[in-house]
Design a protein around this ligand. Structure first.
Ligand code: ATP
Ligand code: MG
Length: 230
């Protein structure tokens, strides 16, 4: 298999169940061009996170397939796949360490400039510089407190520090203030053309600028369109 060069995804007739006898995704069919922005919405249990898990290769579908840049997802070598994708999880995990160390996590050679560029892209730079010691402020146990939305912005900075071709975001469900929410949406929109973005959203403001929004209903793709078409 070849590395991921563009980050175009195709989901074809995808059917998957954690228990194969009970599918939670049924015949999902989606085209995700490289550099585009796709939002995913749907009620709780509709299969949003499951679809993300399949795109991240955590599971393999029983039927159908996913391709990236025209080749089967499973053909991409592990190291190349890790390099190509970034994940902003629903519940961001912060270490008891500085902001800088939290963003640089797992990337020992990364420069301070690259950390700051990732934080700017994640729209996290302003709140970081407002912290008592800026990028050197300690977080986590006994450290400065950040809101759950700010945690997610830091997780986005961490993901972007890896310069992914494809960025997945599972939006935090808990009380994200509207300013932070708008920042998340603006950060995702600004990646357009550079990074393929796939974002599960609980709030419309996050995916207002999406090229397409997928509406999942009981594991089926019920609707697909832009925000103003749905
Ligand atoms: P939410 O908005 O609550 O995050 P979701 O749309 O992300 O929901 P999924 O987590 O994908 O929904 O769940 C889809 C279905 O699969 C649900 O019926 C759920 O109970 C089931 N499910 C999710 N994860 C697992 C798992 N690890 N093992 C077994 N069943 C699971
Ligand atoms: Mg979910």
């Amino acid at each position: 298999g070849a590395p991921v060069s563009h980050g175009a995804l195709r989901i074809e007739e995808l059917t998957f169940g954690y228990d194969p006898a009970r599918p939670v995704l049924h015949g999902v069919e989606v085209d995700i061009p490289a550099g585009s922005f796709t939002g995913i919405v749907g009620h709780t249990g509709s299969g949003k996170s499951t679809l993300l898990s399949l795109l991240l290769r955590f599971y393999t579908a029983q039927q159908g397939r996913i391709t990236v840049d025209g080749q089967p997802l499973e053909a991409v070598p592990d190291a190349a796949f890790r390099d190509a994708v970034g994940l902003v999880p629903q519940e961001a995990f912060l270490m008891a360490a500085t902001v800088r160390e939290n963003i640089a996590m797992g990337r020992p050679g990364i420069t301070d400039e690259a950390v700051e560029a990732a934080a700017r892209d994640a729209r996290a730079h302003d709140f970081i510089t407002a912290l008592p010691q800026g990028y050197d402020t300690r977080l986590g146990e006994g450290g400065a407190r950040v809101s759950s939305g700010q945690k997610q912005l830091l997780a986005m900075a961490r993901a972007l520090a890896g310069a992914p071709r494809i960025l997945f975001l599972d939006e935090a469900t808990s009380n994200v203030d509207s300013e932070t929410e708008a920042r998340i949406g603006a950060a995702l929109a600004a990646l357009h053309g550079r990074v393929t973005v796939i974002a599960i959203a609980h709030r419309l403001s996050t995916i207002r600028a999406a090229d397409q929004i997928l509406v999942l209903n009981h594991g089926r793709l019920q609707e697909r369109g832009r925000h103003d078409e749905l």
